[in-house]
Design a protein around this ligand. Structure first.
Ligand code: SAH
Ligand code: SF4
Length: 433
């Protein structure tokens, strides 16, 4: 989501006449799109910013912007601490960037962090890829996970209308993109805030309905989405993924912990059994589906035994990919104030043990691709070996094979897999006889 936000802000900057600079030390404007999900993300900003603040003392025309979740969290305080900043803005104000910069160029120092209704964006994002594109479908998050800063920095849920989303996808297809990834912090919440209830009593425009509604846009070959929340995940969504050919067989469903007591303290609203059931149902419909997730180790009060329940879940499910993190206390979140905060050594030890298991299981999962013919959407040239191109299979595994990027970029290619690693595959183009 942060990448998608950066692309939208990059689009606005281009639109008002800025050009991309390869060297930040030559740039006349620097915009940091920040993250505050964990403390180390926060520290990165301060280390980057120091140098530019010094440069500004000699070049007063340098414009410095802090956008994103850290900007939202710190707001005016940040401006007070670093008076060299020109603009501090939160993620809800991205579509206002042009106006905010105008205020800066008029000589003001600006803070834009108040909650607002997000207006539809008319600027085109400056997309990094020419093959795959992000599409926001719902902003914000109404959950109250006790460790998480997202709701306080990204605000309340706000769904874009199905029409606005489809219009953006048409535009993306017109520009020859082949794959879209629909984005929401809790994508299953899509539509709850839009009008209309069906005869069965559900929201008229829920996420599954949206998939049916956007599926037919010609030119788009693949559709992905993230993030699913186990509490709201439905069988109807799985069925839609089976029925709709462009939907890739990949689900990203964070579980956070494999222990019921910890899940309760996290306020996640499900048990590990419910989670296992979801994965079981997915595999009944789609035996080959790739499953990825996020998990946190070292939540306040987490015992060794509770951590082992997370290991057990990972062992049992066999994830294709897992994003892992050591718990980081975040300002304004309930869990940050609780007793039972664990030492960094304990958290890091658990993180390493979990990562070790994740890599083993991912390598096991990769085995199933060996010798198979996989459909790969080619995205870019391998920077480390220019004779190779890189893409992903439908299960989202990075796949390398020999080929000419100028010929293959954006193409769906059948590749016979000849080598598998934990998180990537290598193969050769498969030519039918
Ligand atoms: N909305 C998604 C993801 C939100 S943030 C969801 O509900 O799953 C992405 C991931 O960061 C989370 O899934 C979680 O694993 C991790 N995370 C969030 N807050 C954290 C914290 N305080 N410490 C460590 N990891 C955290
Ligand atoms: Fe954070 Fe929970 Fe919302 Fe995900 S669902 S963004 S973890 S509060």
């Amino acid at each position: 989501m942060n990448k998608a936000d950066s692309e939208r802000m990059g689009g606005t900057l281009e639109n008002i006449g800025f050009e991309w600079s390869e060297d930040p030390n030559q740039a006349s404007l620097i915009l940091y799109n920040t993250c505050t999900i964990r403390n180390n993300a926060e520290q990165k900003l301060y280390s980057y910013l120091g140098k530019q603040v010094k440069r500004k003392h000699n070049q007063p025309n340098l414009t410095l912007v802090v956008a994103g979740c850290l900007g939202q969290q710190e707001g005016e305080d940040l401006l007070r601490r670093i008076p060299e900043l020109d603009l501090v803005m939160g993620p809800q104000h991205i579509n206002r960037l042009k106006d905010l910069l105008q205020q800066v160029f008029d000589g003001n120092q600006v803070v834009a962090t108040e909650p607002i209704y997000i207006m539809e964006d008319i600027t085109k994002p400056r997309r990094d890829s020419q093959v795959t594109a992000w599409v926001n479908v719902i902003y914000g998050c109404n959950e109250h996970c006790t460790y998480c800063v997202v709701p306080s920095v990204r605000g309340l849920e706000q769904s874009r209308t199905p029409e606005a989303i489809k219009k953006e996808i048409w535009e993306i297809a017109r520009q020859d993109y082949k794959e879209i990834t629909l984005l929401g912090q809790n994508i299953d919440a899509y539509g709850r805030d839009l009008p209309g209830i069906t005869k069965e009593g559900r929201h008229k425009n829920n996420f599954t309905d949206l998939l049916y509604y956007i599926h037919d846009v010609p030119g788009i070959e693949r559709i992905r989405f993230a993030t699913s929340h186990p509490r709201y995940f439905t069988e109807r969504l799985i069925k839609a993924c089976v029925e709709l050919p462009k939907l890739c067989e990949h689900f990203h469903i964070p579980f956070q912990s494999g222990d019921n007591e910890v899940l309760k303290h996290m306020a996640r609203g499900y048990t590990h059994n419910k989670y296992r059931q979801i994965i079981h149902t997915i595999r009944e419909y789609m035996p080959d589906a790739a499953i990825s997730a996020d998990a946190i180790v070292g939540f306040p009060g987490e015992t060794e035994k509770q951590f082992e329940n997370t290991l057990k879940l990972v062992e049992d499910i066999g994830f294709d990919q897992l994003n892992t993190a050591a718990y980081s206390p975040r300002p304004g979140t309930p869990a940050a104030l609780w007793d039972g905060q664990l030492r960094e050594e304990v958290k890091n030890d658990r993180l390493q043990r979990l990562n070790h298991l994740v890599a083993l299981k991912a390598a096991e999962r990769s085995q199933r691709y060996m010798g198979r013919i996989e459909e790969v959407l080619v995205e870019y040239q391998n920077p480390k070996d220019k004779t190779q191109v890189v893409g992903r299979n439908r299960g989202n595994r990075l796949t390398f094979f020999t080929g000419d990027i100028s010929e293959l970029k954006g193409k769906l290619v059948n590749v016979r897999i000849t080598e598998v690693r934990a998180f990537s595959l290598t193969g050769i183009i498969f030519e039918e006889e």
